[in-house]
Design a protein around this ligand. Structure first.
Ligand SMILES: *[C@@H]1O[C@H](CO)[C@@H](O)[C@H](O)[C@H]1NC(C)=O
Ligand SMILES: *[C@@H]1O[C@H](CO)[C@@H](O)[C@H](O)[C@H]1NC(C)=O
Ligand SMILES: *[C@@H]1O[C@H](CO)[C@@H](O)[C@H](O)[C@H]1NC(C)=O
Length: 307
């Protein structure tokens, strides 16, 4: 009897300590040992590779490229019903076949398959990519795979198998009505492993296309284990506005242990010599700004000369 109990106890200890479960830094505690981002390479060695994501983008070091043309979004305006899931690490939405992107220097059409979010705590820093060290409150990833592949698994062994679009969020004074339906649905997936159907179009979740010309591009990986190095990353410069209350709803979701799902982002990874490109429009915006400043200065100077 005592021996049986001992075996049982040992089994428990072993189960918890050699657990292959990965987790975010915010989930780590003494009671719940799990593999945090620093040791994700023990979950899959790809996580310690040379083209990992996310990264900090140093805007001054980015290289402008005229091949980074506008994207063509197909089926993004179609309304569909799909499964919203609390995966225990994030909230994700499966995207039925029909939405795709091309252009943007992608070699072919990529079909949208899934999207998920990464956030802080009720509006505190929580994006995965950072720009000049600044971390936005949240980031949306829309995952696409080459239209010649059937599943994400197939795309993993191709260094350009996936095209992920990253969108930052910023806190706004007013509510973003486009997000109302999605955020209402979050109430139904508070607990880990819970699911709900949501009626939505991808256009509800992103900015209008005229605001998506300015973006960064680099080659990286999935931002969760197995960290597969098969992703062409596009990170849009213009953030999506959400009110403080809307951002806070994401933090009301729960991790598996029942604690609030907050800070579910991977820390930035070494760039390791990779070049980050930026589209022409990214520069145009900055140049218009410079032009405006110059106009102001010259107007001020000329009026000074009159007197
Ligand atoms: C554009 O695509 C070509 C062909 O895949 C590639 O060689 C080039 O590096 C890409 N340019 C940028 C800025 O991503
Ligand atoms: C690590 O991920 C790769 C895909 O990136 C996969 O082929 C491999 O089986 C994974 N290894 C382990 C140990 O899970
Ligand atoms: C324009 O310049 C202002 C002031 O320097 C800056 O705050 C703003 O971010 C700039 N806008 C863009 C789009 O670069």
């Amino acid at each position: 009897m005592t021996r049986l109990f001992l075996y049982y106890f040992l089994a428990l200890v072993l189960k918890c300590c050699v657990s292959e479960d990965w987790c975010y830094q915010s989930q780590m505690s003494c009671e719940q040992p799990c593999k945090g981002p620093v040791v994700w390479n023990e979950v899959n060695e790809s996580c310690g590779g040379n083209r990992q994501s996310p990264i900090n983008i140093v805007s001054k070091k980015t290289v402008q490229s005229s091949s980074l043309t506008e994207f063509r979004f197909t089926g993004y305006n179609e309304i569909f019903t799909s499964r919203l899931k609390n995966t225990g690490q994030t909230v994700s939405l499966d995207i039925p076949l029909g939405a795709s992107v091309s252009g943007g220097n992608l070699s072919q059409t990529y079909n949208a398959v899934q999207l998920q979010f990464h956030w802080g705590n009720s509006g505190s820093p929580g994006s995965e990519h950072t720009i000049d060290g600044e971390q936005y409150p949240m980031e949306l990833h829309i995952v696409h795979i080459k239209d010649t592949y059937i599943s994400v698994e197939e795309a993993l062994s191709d260094p350009k198998g996936q095209a992920s679009l990253g969108f930052f969020f910023e806190e706004s004074e007013t509510e973003n009505k486009e997000y109302s339906a999605f955020i209402e649905a979050l109430a139904q997936v508070q607990d880990a492993e819970s699911q709900a159907d949501v009626l939505i179009s991808l256009n509800n979740l992103i900015l209008q296309q005229s605001k998506l010309k300015a973006y960064y591009r680099y080659e990286g990986s999935q931002t969760t284990p197995g960290c597969s190095e098969s992703v062409i990353w596009t990170v849009f410069m213009q953030p999506i506005p959400l009110s403080k209350d809307q951002l806070a709803v994401f933090s009301s979701l729960k991790f598996k242990d029942g604690n609030p799902m907050v800070d579910n982002f991977r820390p930035v990874q070494p760039r390791k010599g990779r070049v980050v490109y930026r589209s022409n429009s990214g520069t145009t915006v900055a140049m218009i700004n410079f032009t405006l400043v110059w106009l102001c200065v010259s107007t001020a100077l000329s009026s000074y000369q009159i007197y």
